[in-house]
Design a protein. Structure first.
Length: 294
């Protein structure tokens, strides 16, 4: 896509949407469609009973409470979403880090940097989207514009903070550092820099974060000593029922929007829904971290 864009000057909207749909269907949605299996395995390890109905009820209750909070306090909810997303990305990117204070801060800073990098290097595209989500809140847009105007300095300072925190964390609790993995992540971010916002984010989310999560799930879920590729295929197949159900409802929402409310802006609703499903998902993935540490 970067080469195509370099040759032609731009990426067609249909290509961008097609790429995003592909990454969502293949990796993005499936990596979250295994949460019930993760919670079941965690319950088994902790010798606790597991109920699928109770798990779904808790999942929906968490989403419902967060949705109500969005109605009354959209700006704080946006900040919470950015914060938990930063933590979740850092938790995946530094999956072997222990739960010490310095490593926890390094994880949060690393995940926030990735999110900030994608948004700030595409500030012109991010600004109108953010405005639609917060209903043009003057204070939020003023803060965002202040940061966006200093994107280079902010990202350099952020990268320095990550380096300092990582050095402190490593000095107190050394862990194996995977240089090849870091190079792959930097390569993803480099490619994301040259792409438009939507495929840029999806390249990281589907092409890195979701696949990294699959690696974590592959090590956590029972796969009967299968080879890595077979184990990955095994858990991906197990994600299909909820993945297909999610795609069905997404298509249903799209059809309903285009036929019943063609003038309705769906972006804020989709963004808020993304935040709603992210909150309980992060709780489940954090359970893997706790189980692994214990």
């Amino acid at each position: 896509m970067v080469t195509y864009q370099f040759v032609t000057g731009s990426l067609p909207q249909t290509l961008q949407l097609g790429f995003c749909a592909f990454m969502l269907a293949v990796a993005g949605i499936p990596h979250g469609a295994l949460d019930h299996l993760v919670e079941h395995e965690r319950s088994v390890r902790l010798n606790k009973p597991f109920s699928f109905r109770r798990f779904i009820a808790k999942y929906l209750l968490t989403m419902g409470l967060y949705a109500i909070a969005w109605l009354f306090a959209p700006v704080p909810c946006l900040l919470v979403f950015l914060l938990i997303s930063s933590w979740h990305f850092g938790e995946t990117d530094l999956s072997n880090a222990p739960q010490t204070p310095y490593w926890l801060l390094a994880r949060l800073a690393a995940g926030g940097f990735v999110l900030g990098f994608v948004l700030l290097t595409h500030a012109d595209e991010t600004s109108p989207i953010l405005s639609r989500i917060v209903q043009a809140d003057a204070q939020v847009m003023s803060v965002w514009q202040f940061v966006a105007n200093r994107a280079g300095a902010v990202l350099r300072g952020w990268a320095t903070l990550i380096l300092v925190l990582t050095m402190l964390a490593y000095s107190h609790h050394p862990i194996p550092l995977n240089g090849a993995r870091m190079i792959r992540l930097l390569s993803i971010l480099l490619l994301a820099y040259f792409l438009p916002l939507l495929p840029s984010f999806m390249l990281y989310f589907g092409g890195w974060h979701a696949l990294s999560s699959f690696a974590t799930l592959q090590n956590f879920l029972p796969v009967h000593n299968q080879k890595p590729y077979s184990a990955l295929k095994h858990i991906w197949v197990k994600s299909l029922p909820l993945t297909l159900l999610s795609i069905f409802f997404l298509l249903l929402f799209t059809v309903g929007w285009q036929t019943i409310f063609p003038n309705f802006d769906p972006l804020p609703i989709l963004f808020i829904f993304l935040s709603l499903i992210t909150l309980p998902h992060i709780e489940v993935m954090y359970g893997i971290d706790n189980s692994s540490t214990n």
